[in-house]
Design a protein around this ligand. Structure first.
Ligand SMILES: [Mg+2]
Length: 288
């Protein structure tokens, strides 16, 4: 626990938790979250909104949302889009209904991104999900084929496998910028999306949504990769879990809490400790 985290928890009346999925809440290889079950149960008891914040697609996220029994908004495709359950009103005027959710996009639509990427294939060597079959995506990600099919259904970003030199990556980045797009590094892939979209911006929108409901809120964010940095910088208490090789994200965000344990193991420990500390500090405040 950092001093900074203690200071924030002492003042918080409500908590909200944002979390990355791959290699954070979900094991990098097995995609299981069993190790995090005790903390997930505690979150449920305390009615803390748990906001999934991931590079996954809307459809993949709906699947995890069901598995985790959540009924709150989530952030998909690296902050390219936000999904709100139908009983919540999204802050944006322009939204589209998809199944049981209303969607707000912060990135251009998928088709527009592919239109930019397609001619760049003549100058740079890379493959995107649009070029891969669900079976090939399953092989690259270790996902079962039905989930790989959902990973291919993109709304507002394209994961790519970079097969060119790192020098050319900078030229590619500059080319994308001309079209209002950016490239960011995730755990497994690079992701191309609108330069107005980020996990951080999406996190801020959702924090504001909950702040409107009243009370003093404090936010916790948990991640493992460079693409989580904008989320970790947007929350009050950033938490990093150990990566599959045991290392932590570098450079570490300011005041980051280092969870002991890889992926969901660290997630469980850090979240339980933070909630426990928060409850202790609340009791102390009541006595004073
Ligand atoms: Mg990750």
């Amino acid at each position: 626990m950092t001093k900074q985290a203690d200071f924030i928890l002492a003042r918080a009346e409500r908590l909200i938790i944002f979390t990355d999925l791959d290699a954070t809440l979900l094991d990098h290889n097995t995609y299981r979250f069993d190790a995090a079950r005790p903390a997930l149960e505690r979150i449920r008891q305390e009615a803390i909104p748990l906001i999934l914040t991931s590079s996954k697609t809307f459809e993949e996220m709906v699947e995890w949302h069901h598995r985790l029994h959540l009924d709150v908004p989530f952030i998909f495709e690296n902050g390219g889009g936000l999904a709100f359950p139908l009983h919540m009103v999204p802050p944006a005027k322009e939204t589209v209904q998809h199944g049981d959710f209303r969607i707000q996009l912060l990135s251009p639509r998928y088709e527009a991104i592919l239109t930019v990427l397609s001619p760049l294939k003549d100058r740079f060597r890379f493959r995107g999900f649009a070029d891969l079959t669900p079976e090939a995506i399953a092989k690259e990600t270790g996902l079962p084929v039905p989930l790989a099919r959902k990973a291919k259904k993109r709304l507002c970003s394209e994961p790519i496998i970079w097969e060119d030199t790192s020098d050319k990556l900078e030229a590619f980045r500059a080319e994308l910028a001309k079209h209002g797009l950016q490239i960011i590094k995730g755990g497994r892939f690079f992701h191309v999306l609108g330069n107005q979209a980020s996990k951080g911006k999406a996190v801020t929108i959702i924090q504001q949504y909950f702040q409107q409901t009243g009370g003093r809120w404090a936010s916790i964010g948990v991640g493992d990769s460079p693409n989580d940095l904008p989320m970790l910088e947007a929350v009050d208490i950033p938490v990093v879990v150990q990566r599959p090789d045991g290392r932590y994200l570098q450079p570490l965000p300011k005041h980051a809490v280092r969870a002991e344990g890889i992926g969901p193991v660290g997630w469980n420990r850090a979240i339980l400790a933070l909630i426990q500390r928060w409850k202790t500090l609340q009791k102390r405040n009541e006595k004073e």
